[in-house]
Write a protein that binds this ligand. Sequence first.
Ligand code: EPS
Length: 354
Amino acid sequence: MSFNTFGRALRLTTWGESHGPAIGCVLDGCPPGLAISEEEIRAELARRATGRSRHTSQRREKDEVKILSGMFEGRTTGTPISLFIENTDARSRDYSEISRQYRPGHADFTYDAKYGTRDYRGGGRSSARETTMRVAAGAIARKWLKQEYDIGIQGWLAQLGPIRTDEQRDWDVVDDSPFFVPSTDIVPELEGFMDALRKSGDSVGARVNCRAWNVPAGLGEPVYGKLDADLATAMMSINATKGVEIGAGFDSVAQKGTEHRDEMTPEGFLGNQAGGILGGISSGQEVVVSVAFKPTSSLRIPCRSIDVDGQPIEVVTKGRHDPCVGIRATPIVEAMMALTLMDHVLRHRGQIGT
Ligand code: EPS
């Protein structure tokens, strides 16, 4: 299976399966001199981890990341950074019945159609467990962007199922929130919604938004290396993503030009419908991305499907699953924003005229 690498100047290669002995990554292209510790990376991983609340999968992984290479005396050396995490709480017996079945809405079917083989335990390589390594590498990218350009990145859950969650925007409460929402007032409603959903055995979709500020103007190339195209690729590569918007996104369809254009003054832009990117190149405004996550497909509510021989069956999924994968997606979206921006900063440095 090819294409396990993301990025061009900064290249992240991840490896491992959800129920294999370990997962890991190699981050190649990080410049030397960045001070970063295992503790800092672990703090980011804890934000994404399962079992952070009753509303996510109850699998308990410690995610004790180890840095195996690319560091000397606490700083990056410019050589490949290799990160490693042992899987310690996989429960493969939950998947014994799935081995010959396809869950509707899951990659089970297409993976098998393509490769003729699959590690059915926890979705194998298709599992959201893989996103652990994106967040680990993203912690390095975030720190580098902050240090070099004072770039800040903030993600949040903007909608859970039918509930809009960001009418109040208090950024200070996002990280302490079990849902990554910028409001404490909305949390009881979300808890009630999720408790009822979990009881019913169903799942639900979500929207995660992310903004990045202090992004310098000039990142991205105008034709095939557009910053927005690379951000869309980054976000679409996250498990369960079904849509990506930049700035006004699909609202642009109903807008008039006079409404969409962000007028310019000597003091700056008067709006940001463009989401900080014009013609594929960053404008210096906030870069704003919105990501749609589908409802997860591993459900204990029975449904019709087929087995690997094409015979009709009824599927019921057992195990510890996320009823809304979007709840844990905020740190992953932030990580993909960080990796994409750092890749583009490094690419941009090689393009600046004399
Ligand atoms: C996942 C199914 C569950 C989640 C897992 C993602 O795992 P299991 O393989 O044990 O059934 O717990 O998430 C993680 C382990 C993680 O670290 O994010 C899936 O099907 O994607």
